[in-house]
Design a protein around this ligand. Structure first.
Ligand code: TRP
Length: 342
């Protein structure tokens, strides 16, 4: 049985909806390997959250199949990013019933107005106001349940989830104010650089899984030649001075974005990179960057494909994950039931 007594707890979740991007990697995934040293980690595959956006009109069986292959893909990806299943817990959200139970309870401690102010919801609602589901509205409440069930001290998320996390803290405070210290108020952990990885052809907006222009996004499981081509075509500017490789988000968003990627993958400071690439032209800088990115992603892919072949092993990890997640979260759910007289 895993011992969670010694360390603080870190919780994070990822939706099993398609391949993660280089932006996701730099934003959170690159930290998974290291964060396990300091925290006992729970990695949740948030398939219930994925239901909010998953196409619903496909037939039931194919959707189920799709979900389970995506979930196994995610487990192999966790492993290829250095998650150690012997010290961390990887589990599927819908395998652990306590999440939906606490979700309902917590929805009594959050107000309509608060959920209406969530930027992600507002954006969706503006786009498709007739078909925006209730689940999309309540999305952050399920996140609150995910996190608060595990005595979580810290949550690792991308910048886009910051507002949701602040609401989670508010819900926990509100509950505690009435019923005593039932929940820990989790800290939010965000990586400084990685949250700013932008679209390659349009560095004013974030790199996204669902971008219509495929040249904007690099996927972790994408073909290496295609990654190289996308980086070489990445939008820069017409500056050809000797210090054209400069970090200046306002005037040079394209180059700044490429510098951020470089810095994240090599752990070199941006100022060191600016020095290193003085007198470089864009084309030769991009070539160096492509080598770094392609080597890096090739290594991840090699480990990924090795693990992905062994489905029995991946399923075994999820079974253990389920058992552990159930054990930990049931305790917390019962303490909530107790104070609510349920
Ligand atoms: N909503 C998160 C995302 O889309 C995924 C997620 C679900 C999550 N539950 C969570 C992240 C709990 C952190 C903590 O990125």
């Amino acid at each position: 049985m895993l011992d969670t007594k010694k360390k603080d707890i870190m919780f994070t979740g990822i939706q099993p909806t398609g391949w993660p991007t280089l932006g996701n990697y730099c934003g959170t995934m690159c930290n998974w390997k290291y964060i396990q040293k300091k925290y006992k980690c729970f990695f949740c595959i948030a398939d219930l959250h994925a239901l909010t956006t998953y196409p619903r009109n496909s037939n039931k069986n194919s959707m189920k199949n799709n979900f389970s292959t995506n979930i196994l893909d995610m487990v192999a990806l966790y492993l290829s990013c250095g998650v150690d299943p012997n010290s961390s817990i990887i589990f599927v959200q819908s395998d652990v019933h306590t999440h939906s139970q606490l979700y309902w309870i917590l929805s009594n401690f959050v107000y309509f107005g608060e959920l209406s102010r969530m930027t992600q919801f507002k954006q969706r609602f503006l786009l498709k106001n007739k078909t925006t589901s209730l689940s999309l509205f309540c999305y952050p409440v399920l996140m609150a349940a995910d996190i608060l069930l595990y005595h979580t001290n810290c949550v690792l998320v991308g910048l886009d989830q910051k507002q949701h996390l602040e609401l989670v803290q508010k819900i926990a405070h509100r509950f505690n104010a009435i019923y005593g210290n039932i929940f820990i108020i989790p800290d939010v952990l965000m990586l400084p650089i990685g949250n700013k990885i932008m679209a390659l052809q349009n560095p004013e907006k974030k790199m996204s899984k669902s971008d219509k222009n495929i040249n904007n996004t690099i996927f972790l499981l994408e073909n290496i030649d295609s990654i190289r081509l996308k980086l070489q075509r990445a939008l820069t500017d017409s500056d050809c001075s000797s210090d054209c490789i400069r970090y200046d988000v306002f005037n040079k968003p394209g180059v700044s974005n490429l510098l951020s990627i470089f810095s994240c993958l090599t752990s070199k400071k941006i100022s060191i990179l600016e020095d290193e690439f003085k007198n470089y032209q864009y084309s030769s800088f991009k070539e160096k960057l492509s080598d770094i990115v392609c080597n890096f992603i090739s290594e991840i892919q090699a480990v990924y494909y090795k693990f992905r072949k062994d489905e029995d092993y991946l399923i075994d990890i999820l079974m253990h994950g389920k058992e552990n997640a159930l054990k930990h979260s049931t305790k917390k759910l019962y303490s909530v039931f107790r104070v609510l007289n349920l």
